[in-house]
Every structure is written in C-alpha cells, then in structure tokens.
Design a protein around this ligand. Structure first.
Ligand SMILES: [Zn+2]
Length: 78
C-alpha cells in the first residue's frame, strides 16, 4: 500500500511503533508524495525515544470514519 492508496481510504497518518521500547507515535504524512509505500517509512524512521531502527509502521486506521454511511460523509472518487 502506498500513501495515495491510504488517503483514498480516508487515512492521512501512520501509526509508528518501536519494537524495542514500545514507543508509539502518530505521524501525519500530508507533506509526503503519494507514490511512497507505507512500509518504506520503516526504513526512514528512527525511534525518538531509544534510537532504535526496529520500527513497525502501519496506516492509522483509527482515523478512518467507522461508519461513513451513517454520518453522510462522501468520499471523492479515484
Ligand atoms: Zn524505541
């Protein structure tokens, strides 16, 4: 999955998790181009707490509206 794909799903940030100290952070990626793969950030990032490079990155699915059909939110096509 790349950033463009993630944005189409209503998610604009990633959930960054350190495998060594369990430090956890949400990072907004609005300033990054859409062709970048979500997983590519695992190699770019470093834990701000312990300095580890064992980083696990995934789309921040919590940002996605749970039931868009009930809230009346319409997603743009494409
Ligand atoms: Zn850490």
């Amino acid at each position: 999955m790349d950033l463009a794909n993630m944005r189409q799903n209503g998610v604009r940030s990633i959930d960054v998790h350190c495998s060594d100290c369990s430090h956890h952070a949400i990072k907004n990626l609005d300033n990054f181009p859409g062709h970048l793969a979500v997983k590519s950030f695992e190699r770019r990032m470093r834990c701000t707490q312990c300095g580890s490079r064992r980083i696990d990155v995934r789309p921040n699915w919590l940002e996605k509206p749970a039931m868009p059909s009930l809230t009346g939110v319409r997603f743009p096509k494409g």
